[in-house]
Ligand binder design. Structure first.
Ligand code: AMP
Ligand code: MG
Length: 335
C-alpha cells in the first residue's frame, strides 16, 4: 500500500510517499523561508498564496522521486490542523481533489501526531515514550503509550521555544528563522556570561513559559550600546539558548519522573539544535531519540505514516472534514 502525504500547515509545502512498511519512497519539501524572512516571521497571506503556486509541482516531483504512478496511490493523508487555516485549506482541498479523481480514501491528520510518530519511521523507539515537540509554534510534552494513544502532559503557556529564539534574534539583528544562526554563534560564546531566571508557572509545575525570559533578555539588550551589543552577540546567544534549554530540561526531568517512560523523542524545528539534544541526553536518565533533520522539521512523510496507522484503525474520513487552527490530539483504539 502506498500513502501520499500532504503537509501545508505553515510555510513549508511538502508531499511524500510512504509505503505500508514505513519505507519512505520520497519526501519532497519546498521551503518558503526566503519569502517571509524580510518580515521577521511568517505572513499567513503569503504562505497560502505560495502553497497554491507550489503544491502541484511538489506533488508531481514526489511521485517522480518515488517512481510511482497516480494509480499506485492507495491512500491520501493530509494535515487538517493545527496550523494556519489558509495554508491548511490549500493542502486539504488539493487532497480532496485527488481523492475524488483517483477514487482513493482520504485521512485528515493532526500535525502534532505526525511529529510524535516521525521518530518511528527510522528508529526503533520503545513504548511508552515521551514526545517533545519543540518548534516555532509548539513546545509540548506528550506521553505516547503506543501509536494512537496520547496524553498531553506539559506545554508552554505563552511563546513557543522557537518563537522565543526568533523574537530574540530579531532584537539582535538576526533574520528569521533565527535558531540556526543563534546555535552557531552560541558555540563561540560563554553560556554563563548572562544569567536569566528559571521560569516557573505557579498554577502548573509541569507547564513551561518563555515570555519572561524574552523580557529579561530585552532588558540586557536595551542596556547595551550598539558597539557592545555587537561584541556581546555570541555571549548573549550562548546565555539565552542555555536559559531556554535549561527550562526545557528541568521540565523534561519533572515530566519523566511523573510519567515513567522508556525514551524521550524530540521533533519540530528546534530539535535540529545539537546543543538541545546534548542537554537532554546528558541530563536525562532515559535515552533520547531524534530523527534526521528531514523528518524532525515539518515534512509530509510523517503525515503519510500517521495517516496510514490511523486509517488502519479507523477507516477513511468522509470528504467534507474541516481544517482547524487549534486541534487537540485525539487518541484512537489500535487494531
Ligand atoms: P518549525 O516551526 O518546525 O517549522 O521550525 C521552525 C523553528 O525552528 C524556528 O523558530 C527556528 O528558529 C527554529 N530552528 C530551526 N533550526 C534551529 C536550530 N538549529 N536551533 C534552534 N532553533 C532552530
Ligand atoms: Mg511543525
Amino acid at each position: 500500500m502506498n500513502i501520499l502525504g500532504i503537509e501545508t500547515s505553515c510555510d513549508d509545502t511538502a508531499v511524500a510517499v510512504v509505503n505500508s512498511d514505513g519505507e519512505i519512497l520520497s519526501n519532497v519539501l519546498s521551503s518558503q523561508t526566503e519569502f517571509h524572512a524580510k518580515y521577521g516571521g511568517i505572513v499567513p497571506e503569503i504562505a497560502s498564496r505560495k502553497h497554491l503556486e507550489l503544491i502541484s509541482h511538489v506533488c508531481f516531483e514526489s511521485l517522480e522521486k518515488a517512481q510511482i504512478k497516480w494509480s499506485d496511490i492507495d491512500l491520501i493523508s493530509v494535515t487538517k490542523g493545527p496550523g494556519l487555516v489558509g495554508s491548511l485549506l490549500v493542502g486539504v482541498e488539493y487532497a480532496r481533489g485527488l481523492s475524488v479523481v483517483l477514487k482513493k480514501p482520504i485521512k485528515g491528520i493532526n500535525h502534532m501526531e505526525g511529529h510524535l510518530l516521525s521518530p518511528l519511521l527510522t528508529q526503533k523507539v520503545p513504548f511508552p515514550y515521551m514526545g517533545l515537540v519543540i518548534s516555532g509554534g509548539h513546545t509540548e510534552f506528550v506521553l505516547v503509550e503506543k501509536s494512537g494513544k496520547y496524553l498531553k502532559v506539559s506545554s508552554t503557556v505563552d511563546d513557543a521555544c522557537g518563537e522565543s529564539l526568533d523574537k530574540f534574534g530579531k532584537q539582535i539583528g538576526i533574520l528569521y528563522p533565527a535558531g540556526p544562526l543563534i546555535e552557531k554563534l552560541a558555540i563561540e560564546g560563554n553560556s554563563k556570561a548572562y544569567q536569566f531566571p528559571l521560569p516557573k508557572v505557579k498554577k502548573d509545575p509541569l507547564a513551561m513559559s518563555f515570555s519572561g525570559l524574552k523580557t529579561s533578555v530585552m532588558h540586557v539588550i536595551t542596556s547595551l550600546s550598539s558597539e557592545d551589543l555587537l561584541k556581546e552577540k555570541q555571549n548573549l546567544c550562548a546565555s539565552y539558548q542555555y536559559a531556554l534549554f535549561r527550562h526545557v530540561l528541568v521540565t523534561a526531568k519533572k515530566v519523566v519522573l511523573k510519567y515513567p517512560v522508556r525514551a524521550l523523542t524530540i521533533s519540530g524545528g528546534v530539535s535540529a539544535n545539537m546543543n538541545l539534544y546534548k542537554t537532554l541526553s546528558d541530563g536525562l536518565s532515559v535515552p533520547v531519540f531524534k530523527p534526521a533533520k528531514k523528518l524532525s522539521t515539518d515534512n509530509a512523510a510523517m503525515i503519510a505514516y500517521a495517516g496510514f496507522l490511523r486509517f488502519k484503525a479507523e477507516g477513511p474520513d468522509s470528504l467534507n472534514f474541516e481544517v482547524f487552527s487549534n486541534l487537540p490530539l485525539a487518541s484512537y483504539n489500535t487494531v
